[in-house]
Design a protein around this ligand. Structure first.
Ligand code: HEC
Ligand code: HEC
Length: 500
């Protein structure tokens, strides 16, 4: 996909003062996203010194074309589309949906930020067959959708009159969740089976593309997105031993709420985090790869995750992205500012789990077991990094970063042998665990009950979340806190966690 480079406003606008009204809305300056000075201390260095990322320079970043955000339209679950809907879309005029010159109040910015959150960045032809029209796939994968039949994870876009396209990879593609009863929550751990949708598309294209070319394209995409050839135990060298079927099965083994996202790996996909409460977090990503010092850092992060902001790692120059598989634009500073203000404004939905005698008993157990040393109330995280198994923090980190020097001994692969391998896992917040899952940085565990089940330490365990490629059985090690509680205590502890 390619958009025009010309957008109705330039980056000069980024320094314009915006906002009137209440004290905290006056003099709101849009921070410069790709500010080289701010970028210099923004990332926690990777544990392997030879793989440090080279971020684009400010000049290179601002040379990327700006994303044009068109009005999008809901997609309905198979069988739920109102009669004549597509005809109506075909007669709709293309319309731009984001205009910063009109934004005045905090509410305006937040509303505009929600549009950015839902804006797809990958727009393509409506292929048939496709997962989003396949009733059987929806059923087999329990794809959730809203009460009114709409699917909140992707949308239709009209960029040209008469041509309706499908847009995916909005923030909401991974960070929107449909709760039981069809209630849509934006900005949390999502529940669209995105990796499985990718598997669907690969299977659908296979007969046309052919296995040899299919395998070649997939390897190139994975190398571009995840390759770490500077590492001796490069996870993705293992790709060489995988067939096309293995790779597609790998996507299929990655459940909703978990995804092989930017800089991770097909072998070590990542749990999608909750964004409600992100304002209070000091580090971003499970490995604490980026500092969150101010709203500018969240804007930097949002630009970074779109995946065209790194030129290479150490001596490894990123190969050119495979055509059609990369986001070629950047969001403007105004779009990113609106997006970040929207994320800061997110409030948790009402929690149906009210405190009870059982949860009060669970709170006592939480205290007694020392959970609060790391998951400290009221945020239920102490906002620190813990060293992963096998990583010894360099002495200068002890004064530079907030570190809890306890190794919780979970699988260290994400923290050591990926492009986001800082050597650490941050302590996640436990707020909102009632509405989300799977758990653990790889999303290996489906429920809280399974997280506190000691059977997960055994090698013959079948993970209830992400299983792993070609391996149905493996131990989900580490974080043994609470595993030895008696069943009634566990029940109470979990009841307490569900009230947070
Ligand atoms: C392909 C799925 C996907 C999309 C699309 C996506 N994210 Fe994420 N996001 C993730 C995953 C997975 C992580 C966790 C990465 C990690 O921990 O290494 C994450 C992490 C984050 C975090 C860090 C939160 C924390 O507490 O560490 C923020 C903030 C965030 N995403 C915002 C966004 C925004 C804003 C967008 C849209 C511009 C977006 N994401 C698009 C999957 C996605
Ligand atoms: C030494 C610090 C520490 C202590 C003590 C601790 N945790 Fe954790 N907890 C962590 C870290 C770090 C993770 C993330 C591990 C990972 O994903 O690899 C985590 C993850 C979790 C998760 C999964 C969250 C998610 O979103 O995936 C839950 C639930 C949890 N802890 C509950 C508890 C409870 C309950 C206790 C006490 C019985 C406890 N923890 C004690 C550090 C700690």
């Amino acid at each position: 996909m390619r958009f025009s480079r010309v957008f109705g406003f330039g980056t000069a606008l980024t320094l314009v003062l915006i906002g009137r009204g209440t004290a905290d809305q006056t003099d709101l300056k849009i921070p410069k996203t790709w500010d080289e000075e701010a970028l210099a201390g923004w990332q926690v260095p990777l544990a392997a010194p030879e793989g440090q990322p080279h971020l684009l320079t400010g000049e290179e970043f601002y040379r990327l074309p700006e994303l044009k955000i068109y009005k999008s339209y809901p997609v309905y679950a198979p069988g739920r589309e109102p009669a004549g809907y597509m005809d109506r879309l075909r007669s709709a005029e293309p319309e731009l949906a984001f205009d910063p010159s009109r934004l005045r109040s905090e509410e305006d910015w937040v509303r505009a930020g929600e549009i950015v959150f839902d804006a797809p960045v990958t727009i393509s032809k409506i292929e048939t067959p496709s997962y989003f029209t396949d009733a059987r796939w929806f059923r087999d994968h329990n794809v959730p959708y809203a009460k009114d039949g709409t699917v909140p994870f992707y949308s239709y876009v009209v960029r040209e009159k008469g041509k309706v396209e499908i847009g995916t990879l909005s923030c909401g593609n991974c960070h929107s969740r449909v709760l039981p009863g069809g209630i849509v929550i934006k900005g949390t751990q999502g529940n669209f089976p995105r990796a499985q949708a990718n598997a669907y598309t690969m299977r659908a294209l296979r007969p046309t593309v052919g296995d040899t070319l299919g395998l070649k394209i997939l390897r190139s995409v994975l190398l571009h997105d995840f390759g770490t050839p500077w590492l001796k135990d490069d996870l993705d060298k293992r790709l060489d031993s995988l067939s096309l079927d293995d790779m597609i099965d790998g996507f299929d083994a990655t459940p909703a709420g978990v995804t092989p996202c930017h800089d991770s790996s097909l072998f070590s996909p990542v749990q999608v985090p909750d964004l409600i409460g992100v304002k209070e977090r000091k580090y971003l990503d499970h490995t604490g790869h980026m500092l969150h010092r101010d709203i500018g850092d969240l804007m930097r992060f949002s630009a970074y995750v779109q995946g065209n902001t790194v030129a290479g790692f150490g001596n490894f120059r990123l190969p050119a992205p495979v055509a059609g598989f990369a986001f070629e634009e950047r969001m403007s500073d105004a779009q990113l500012f609106a997006l970040a203000r929207y994320l800061y404004s997110l409030q948790p939905p009402p929690n149906p789990n009210r405190p009870s005698a059982l949860s009060a008993a669970g709170e006592q157990i939480f205290r007694r077991e020392g959970c609060g040393d790391c998951h400290t109330p009221p945020l239920f995280t102490n906002n620190t990094l813990t060293p992963a198994r096998g990583f010894i923090p360099p002495p200068e980190h002890l004064t530079k970063y907030a570190i809890t020097p306890v190794n919780v001994a979970t699988d260290p692969a994400l923290a050591l042998i990926t492009r986001k391998g800082t050597g650490y896992y941050k302590v996640p917040s436990l707020r909102g665990v009632w509405r989300r899952g799977p758990f653990e940085h790889n999303g290996s565990i489906a429920t809280l009950e399974d997280w506190f089940d000691p059977a997960r330490l055994q090698e013959d365990y079948v993970p209830t979340g992400f299983k792993g490629i070609r391996s149905q059985r493996r131990a989900v090690k580490g974080h043994e806190f609470g595993l030895r509680l008696v069943p009634e205590e566990k029940k109470a502890l979990i009841a307490f966690l569900r009230t947070l």
